[in-house]
Design a protein around this ligand. Structure first.
Ligand code: ZN
Length: 162
């Protein structure tokens, strides 16, 4: 990722969630609420990690990456692999990648970090076109759909940047 910049680390938020969990002000049901779509996406598209789940201690944490940006047009908010992101940084001026960890066992999920990619050259969003991905959207990338099934931080609002 040669163009990686403006990294935001969410480990403090993550720790705060874990502390609230231990204190009982957040229930495990709320913290481990990965729905079947998210778990499935993590299983098929997620990168395998060697991290231990902070809740169930199993080594079944996967990382998913979502790309958001005006220049991505209809493709904003989709799950992207590292290889795809590598190509995209030469094709778009700027977009933000959000990395989320998901435990396939207990359903723990949290944002870990985000960063900007892109070559810095402003481009117009691609014209909307129907793709094969649209047909698969429902079951493959359902986690990123703006339909209320996802936590607020999957759908960051534009302009909230620091
Ligand atoms: Zn777990």
């Amino acid at each position: 990722m040669w163009s990686k910049r403006d990294l935001i680390d969410y480990s403090l938020d993550r720790r705060a969630t874990l502390v609230s969990l231990r204190r009982g002000s957040v229930s495990a049901l709320d913290a481990c609420d990965a729905d079947p779509y998210l778990k499935r996406a993590a299983e098929y598209h997620g990168e395998i990690t060697k991290r231990e789940c902070p809740i169930c201690k199993k080594l079944n944490i996967r990382e998913l990456r979502y790309a958001f940006g005006d220049q991505l047009g209809q493709y904003s908010g989709r799950i992207k692999s590292l290889a795809e992101l590598d190509e995209m940084q030469n094709e778009y001026g700027e977009f933000r990648v959000y990395t989320v960890e998901i435990c396939l066992d207990c359903g723990w999920n949290h944002l870990i970090y985000s960063y900007l990619l892109g070559d810095g050259v402003a481009r117009k969003a691609p014209r909307k076109s129907h793709t094969m991905e649209d047909d698969d959207w429902g079951h493959l990338t359902g986690a990123a759909r703006p339909d209320g099934r996802v936590k607020a931080w999957y759908m960051p609002s534009e302009g909230k940047r620091r």
